[in-house]
Design a protein around this ligand. Structure first.
Ligand code: HEC
Length: 145
């Protein structure tokens, strides 16, 4: 190999290493076109812990038959559904319409739970709540790392 092609090969390798370095070191900062995606993921990370808390509170409110609390906790979840639909998961990101369907399924399950609770049908409301957990799990199975 001539000295010249040696230099070319080495600088190509360096180039590869450097571009990987940027990808790992700085995440998406270097890529302007990735920024919306990045903030969508941040949004998702903000919504999920809130969902967890609201679910815990719904379970306890269902246990105690606290209808108003069931409704207010459920309201926190349903209020975030439009935002959830606009976020992007890390995995299977091309299947956005399926992601949106999962978010709608969660919304329906939460609304059904509230409707039953408001009628005083607590046993049925608890059963409906299982579908809320199912909706969380179904989306996670497909879209959570
Ligand atoms: C439409 C899809 C979808 C639905 C519905 C959904 N999640 Fe998630 N959730 C995700 C994704 C995707 C992640 C992984 C986030 C990541 O890795 O960026 C996640 C992560 C989480 C986490 C881990 C924290 C985090 O930010 O990574 C918790 C806790 C969580 N979800 C709770 C819930 C609960 C409780 C429900 C139901 C009330 C729910 N999720 C419904 C998509 C969903």
């Amino acid at each position: 190999m001539s000295k010249r092609s040696m230099v070319t090969a080495v600088s190509m390798m360096m180039g590869l290493i450097t571009s990987h370095g940027i990808a790992f070191g700085h995440g998406t900062e270097k890529h302007g076109n990735m920024m919306p995606m990045d903030s969508q993921m941040k949004k998702l990370h903000a919504i999920m812990p809130m969902f967890s808390l609201a679910c815990d509170n719904m379970v306890s409110a269902l246990e105690k038959g606290e209808i108003a609390r069931i409704e207010s906790e459920a309201g926190k979840i349903t209020a975030a559904i439009p935002d959830l639909k606009k976020t992007k998961p890390h995995k299977n990101i091309k299947q956005q319409s399926t992601f949106v369907t999962h978010a709608s399924n969660l919304e329906k399950a939460v609304n059904t739970t509230v409707e039953l609770a408001k009628k005083g049908a607590l046993v049925e409301a608890k059963a409906a709540y299982k579908k809320v957990e199912g909706a969380c799990a179904a989306c996670h199975a497909k879209f959570r790392d």
